[in-house]
Design a protein around this ligand. Structure first.
Ligand code: AMP
Length: 128
């Protein structure tokens, strides 16, 4: 069965899309730690990120780098954290999270509750 991220990529489940090319897809995390928290995923369905072949993994990092620059510009944060963790969705993904302190990437923190309008606005800003 396709993962939820593959169904998002296929357009079967809605998302707030940030960027896409032939190999990768980026969209806003629905439970963000900060405004601009984005997930980057490969279109190929692989659970564990280090099972990706070298070329796909390297390309994913470069794709994430381009989006991180947009997140940094949008949020004015000091750095964008690149985090790989979690067991919830068996589809490799990188979290990109605006960061001013290390506490900003504490996944035990309460997540932001954003309105659909806010999500649309953020995705549009990162899409430019
Ligand atoms: P983890 O595997 O722990 O990194 O968790 C998966 C991440 O995907 C979590 O941060 C979720 O909020 C996020 N997530 C799960 N489903 C969706 C969805 N439909 N749209 C956007 N983000 C999602």
């Amino acid at each position: 069965m396709a993962t939820i991220f593959s169904r998002i990529i296929a357009g079967e489940i809605p998302c707030y899309k940030v960027a896409e090319n032939d190999r990768y897809f980026a969209f806003l995390d629905i439970n963000p730690l900060a405004k601009g928290h984005t997930l980057v995923v490969p279109k190929c369905e692989t659970d564990y990120i280090f099972d990706l072949d070298d070329d796909t993994l390297a390309g994913m990092t470069i794709f994430a780098k381009q989006i991180a620059a947009k997140i940094k510009e949008f949020s004015g944060c000091k750095k964008v954290a690149m985090v790989v963790l979690g067991l919830e969705v068996p589809h490799a993904h990188i979290h990109l999270i605006p960061m001013n302190t290390e506490n900003d990437v504490d996944f035990r923190k309460e997540k932001l509750k954003l309105t659909p309008e806010e999500f649309v606005e953020i995705a549009a800003a990162l899409n430019r």
